[in-house]
Design a protein around this ligand. Structure first.
Ligand code: AHM
Ligand code: MG
Length: 343
């Protein structure tokens, strides 16, 4: 085998892919800034043990959770990269109570919401964590305000996540386009296109349900009944729940099954954050051919992408999967007399 056969001499990198598919240099710069911060985050996550990065930073974040050292570092890495990219005007981070306004001299057209290190309660025991982001373009005439982000999920322009695990993998989509996966090649420091046109398994995929069953006493009856239905029959579903949304959604996208974090009578809006968890994951799942529903939320069942966040850290319930499994949940709602959307 020649040297040229062993090395890929025509690597499709993230930058090249974004340029080829959008011809928007600002979006290339934006994705490059996100990719750079995710390279820094994966490096910090990998060095957490030897670098004494486990444990708390001693602060509480916007949602009242204790901040881990890696939460704080990852947040700073994202903010520094995005502010200095020159293409952003307003940022929202799970770790900051208030939005971050980019100084005028660095301001650009993009508004980005992100959870820099999702699942960080899993860091100290070495379980997968991730970054999640959604991107909007500021409205015409706006200088970039928080209102540019408080818009329907249908207006989201680009959404993605990065999984920090056995590989560092970035999955994202642009509005109206398919979903693509890129793995970080540590030998060249670039995200390389490894999964073109990612599709949710057409037949529903593996029979897996994924939820925190510790909350089942708080769920409404249709959700309890749906999970009971997954557990019934000669071949019950397998239960898989990492408790890191990126890992659970990535598995659901690749293998199939259903992911459920519903509203319940303890948390009537669910747990997950609409702007930087619900909407971006819903956009990815839908554009891969799956369904992203709220389940019963504020009196009706809707698409997550129909929601308009009323404040930057608001929450929404999430049920994601294919028609086979979402149908099981809707069947229980129908039995309870609740109108369900067409599948
Ligand atoms: P975080 O943003 O504070 O890390 O919380 C979000 C995480 C998700 O990654 C995960 O899906 C969920 O919380 C797990 O919640 P629970 O521990 O209630 O099952
Ligand atoms: Mg989170």
């Amino acid at each position: 085998m020649s040297t040229a056969d062993q090395f890929n001499v025509d690597v499709s990198t993230l930058n090249r892919f974004v340029m080829a598919n959008t011809r928007d240099p600002d979006l290339v710069i934006l994705m490059n800034a996100i990719a750079t911060s995710c390279k820094l985050i994966t490096s910090a996550v990998q060095r957490a043990g030897v670098g004494n990065l486990y444990g708390l930073a001693g602060e509480v974040n916007s949602t009242g959770d204790d901040q881990k050292k890696l939460d704080v570092m990852s947040n700073d890495m994202m903010i520094n990269a995005l502010v200095n990219s020159g293409v952003c005007c307003v940022l929202v981070s799970e770790e900051n109570e208030e939005p971050i306004m980019v100084p005028k001299e660095l301001s650009g057209k993009y508004c980005v919401a992100f959870d820099p290190l999702d699942g960080s309660s899993n860091i100290d025991c070495n379980v997968s964590v991730g970054t999640i982001f959604s991107v909007y373009e500021k409205r015409e005439g706006s200088d970039g305000t928080v209102e540019d982000l408080l818009r329907s999920g249908a207006e989201c322009l680009c959404a993605g996540y990065v999984a920090y695990s056995s590989a560092c993998e970035l999955v994202f989509t642009f509005k109206g386009k398919s979903v693509h996966g890129f793995c970080l090649d540590p030998t060249i420091g670039e995200f390389v296109h490894t999964r073109p046109n990612m599709m949710f398994p057409q037949d529903g995929g593996k029979k897996i349900y994924s939820c925190n069953e510790g909350n089942s006493n708080y769920w409404d009856k249709p959700i309890q009944d749906a999970v009971a239905a997954f557990n019934q029959g000669p071949k019950p579903y397998s239960a898989r729940y990492v408790g890191s949304m990126v890992a659970d959604i990535h598995r659901t996208l690749l293998y199939g099954g259903i992911y459920i974090y519903p509203a319940d009578n303890k948390s009537p809006k669910g747990k997950l954050r609409c702007l930087y968890e619900g909407i971006p994951m819903a956009m990815i799942i839908e554009q891969a051919g799956g369904i992203a529903s709220t389940g019963l939320f504020e009196g009706k069942i809707q698409r997550v992408l129909e929601l308009t966040p009323d404040e930057i850290h608001c929450k929404c319930p999430i049920i994601m999967g294919g028609p086979r499994d979402i149908g099981v949940v809707y069947e229980q709602y129908k039995k309870a007399g609740i109108e369900t959307p067409e599948l």
